[in-house]
Write a protein that binds this ligand. Structure first.
Ligand code: FEO
Ligand code: CA
Ligand code: CA
Ligand code: CA
Length: 599
């Protein structure tokens, strides 16, 4: 804790060129391996991946899911700090129905399945994988068929906890008490806790839950529910009539009768949360922690963790003009007596950023903020309608807040703002100064007095994404062909203080490169709260993904000798090559001389 601004050595690799190849690019002197692609068997009878899409729903439930995203490595045995064996916990954000099609698969004109088993396969490819992996004597990593391995899907029973659990907003035909629900969807960014659990973030829930109501309530309207969602339309298919009703019907939230207790009008209210998973307890139900708010969750990293102080978790809501949030635990952190329910009690805040570089955390606490009294009836109401409550308080609309991460040396919190093509030139502010913002930027905050519970902070913009040849009024950070980027999304400080920036691009770059990952050591510049050109000069491209992909999710073993990077929605034939279907996978990277990565 509190390493201070000690000098950190610079990055030891040379920035690599952009690439549009259907392959992964890494610096000279490094080696890589593609691990656990979609369909890899990890549990049960370990059914083999079928490259023609003919795996069944039951087989998919025993295999790695689709579209890898955020992830965390938990050494095994628990607490051992091992760098050769551990649990990789990985989000699976969504499914591409056309990639799932086997011979004869029944689909509608949009590629959405019309057969119950195909719907179940999509459902089972969502969620989270817990998979034990270990390094062999040849230094390659492989799957261990161990007892921790687990698939959590969009149908797995889950607990609701915190102030919104058991409220009127959570009552469904599945559980009239409003204390449980089924499944997690659109698991994108991630967080972790110091007590050894994983937080998966439910992002675009409006893709899954539909409504045909002419005037849906605000907990649907403000969250973007429509009559089609992303076109999955699972509720169009009849589920198993012998199962608890609503197997697929629950994805249509239109009221079907007089009472919430007999339909699924509230089903979407049980989504849009942070879900806590204990990877070391495969029998434990995941828990949706409602105290941390309901929005399109993207990232939930803790700030610097200090014994005897509360823990703050920093969270983005990824949509144009949405907000930055933090949750501060009511309890102080005591590593000798960790409370497994620490995330049920605390205060949720939303950020307002002022032009002078200061900021304020606005309290989303019904009992302690009179400004919420007119529009809400309870803390459960505030939490289910977090976005609306933040609107009422006057939070600052941001350019799509994605991941956050904490500088282990300075305690500063960094956020990616991935882009905002809707922001007009006359609609900019100091924290979102480009309109339209096609390439995104990275912003950082420092809590007043380095206090996780502070209600004030200072902020600055760390770096602006841009193509290299853009006008200097847009390429404010002076990026070159060696480090131009757009669409910053995944963001992670390793424990040495190296910041890793991953991209999910929609904007053109002059090197025509695929999505990528760059690195920088901001500690070299600690104390400088202005945009410093040296920061950008030290930003180096470390990794370029295969064609059509997004690079998202990054982790290292405790010895910094193995790095894990996720490739999502590759668009060519990676990693199997030839004419194979593309498969999301985890890239394992190490140095040929087995030294520490990047430094
Ligand atoms: Fe799923 Fe906001 O990226
Ligand atoms: Ca993301
Ligand atoms: Ca994104
Ligand atoms: Ca994505």
């Amino acid at each position: 804790n509190g390493g201070g601004n000690t000098a950190t050595p610079g990055l030891s690799f040379n920035s690599i060129a952009g690439s549009s190849a259907d392959a992964v690019s890494i610096p000279d002197g490094y080696r890589m391996q593609a691990l656990i692609p979609w369909g890899t068997p990890i549990t049960g009878s370990f059914p083999a991946y079928a490259g023609d899409g003919t795996n069944t729903a039951a087989e998919q439930a025993q295999q790695i899911g689709a579209n890898h995203d955020g992830m965390t490595f938990f050494p095994l045995p628990e607490g051992s700090g091992s760098s050769t064996r551990g649990l990789l916990v990985i989000n699976h954000e969504y499914t591409n129905p056309t990639l799932f099609a086997g011979d004869g698969r029944a689909t509608d004109m949009n590629g959405a399945p019309t057969d119950a088993d195909e719907v179940r396969k999509d459902i089972n490819a969502h969620g989270v994988s817990v998979v034990e992996i270990a390094q062999g004597t040849d230094r390659n990593w492989g799957v261990i068929q161990g007892g921790f391995n687990r698939r959590i899907t969009a149908a797995t029973p889950m607990m609701l906890s915190g102030p919104a659990a058991g409220s009127e907003f959570m009552v469904t035909a599945y559980d009239n008490s409003g204390m449980t629900t089924r499944g997690t969807v659109n698991n994108c960014g991630r967080g972790f806790t110091p007590w050894g659990t994983y937080l998966t973030c439910e992002e675009n829930i409006q893709g899954y839950f539909i409504t045909t109501e002419a005037n849906p309530p605000r907990e649907k309207a403000r969250y973007g529910l429509t009559d089609t969602g992303f076109g999955y339309l699972w509720s169009n298919v009849a589920g198993d009539p012998t199962e608890v009703n609503g197997e697929f019907a629950r994805f249509d939230t239109t009221p079907s009768g007089p009472e919430a207790a007999s339909d699924y009008r509230n089903e979407a209210n049980t989504f849009g949360w942070l879900v806590e998973i204990d990877p070391f307890n495969p029998a434990a139900a995941p828990v949706k922690r409602t105290a941390m708010g309901r929005f399109r969750h993207e990232g939930a990293e803790p700030g610097r963790i200090v014994d005897g102080r509360p823990i703050a978790f920093y969270m983005g809501d990824d949509a144009r003009g949405e907000y930055i949030y933090k949750f501060v635990t009511a309890e102080a952190w005591d590593p000798t007596q960790p409370n497994p329910n620490m995330l049920d009690n605390g205060t949720l805040y939303v950020a307002r950023l002022s032009a002078d570089g200061s900021g304020e955390w606005l309290t989303l606490d019904y009992d302690n903020n009179p400004a919420l009294a007119n529009d809400f009836t309870s803390q459960a109401d505030v939490l289910v309608n977090t976005r609306t409550a933040a609107d009422v308080l006057g939070a600052t609309p941001m350019d799509r807040p994605e991941w956050s991460t904490t500088d282990p040396n300075t305690g500063e919190i960094y956020f990616t703002l991935t882009n905002n093509t809707n922001r007009g030139p006359d609609d900019t502010d100091a924290a979102n100064p480009r309109g339209p913002n096609t390439h995104g930027h990275v912003i950082r905050l420092a809590e007043n007095d380095d206090n996780p519970a502070a209600t004030g902070f200072v902020w600055d913009i760390f770096v602006f994404g841009s193509n290299a040849n853009a006008d200097p009024s847009f390429n404010i950070s002076g990026l070159t062909l060696d480090n131009e980027f757009g669409g910053p999304d995944g963001l992670w400080f390793d424990r040495r203080g190296v910041l890793w920036v991953q991209t999910d691009n929609g904007a053109p770059l002059d090197s025509d490169t695929n999505d990528q990952m760059l690195a920088v050591v901001p500690a070299q510049l600690a104390g400088d709260r202005t945009v410093n050109p040296d920061t950008q000069a030290s930003l180096k491209r470390f990794f370029v993904g295969p064609v059509g992909c997004e690079v998202t999710g990054v982790e290292m073993t405790p010895d910094y000798r193995t790095m894990f990077v996720n490739i999502q929605h590759p668009g060519g034939n990676w990693p199997d090559g030839g004419s194979a279907r593309p498969r999301s996978a985890t890239v394992v990277i190490s140095r040929e001389d087995d030294g520490e990565i990047a430094l």
